[in-house]
Write a new protein. Structure first.
Length: 73
């Protein structure tokens, strides 16, 4: 059986590690772009063939995200 001091230490450690995560979630984020897939490599295709891939861009922030410039690279 665990001693009271051990249980108290474990409980305190759990509270201290969970507190920063809970506080960060309540702060305002502003716009924040998230790309689950940042790179896509196409398989070889015949020259002149059209290839298409759609990237999903998610706004995980709490304000409107404006995309002003976009470059391929």
């Amino acid at each position: 059986m665990l001693k009271k001091e051990t249980i108290l230490s474990l409980f305190t450690a759990l509270i201290l590690t969970a507190a920063p995560a809970a506080g960060a979630a309540s702060e305002a984020l502003g716009p924040s772009a998230f790309l689950p897939e940042r790179v896509h490599t196409f398989e070889p295709v015949l020259e002149g063939a059209e290839v298409v891939h759609e990237f999903v861009l998610q706004n995980v922030g709490d304000e409107i995200l404006f995309i002003e410039k976009l470059k391929s690279g």
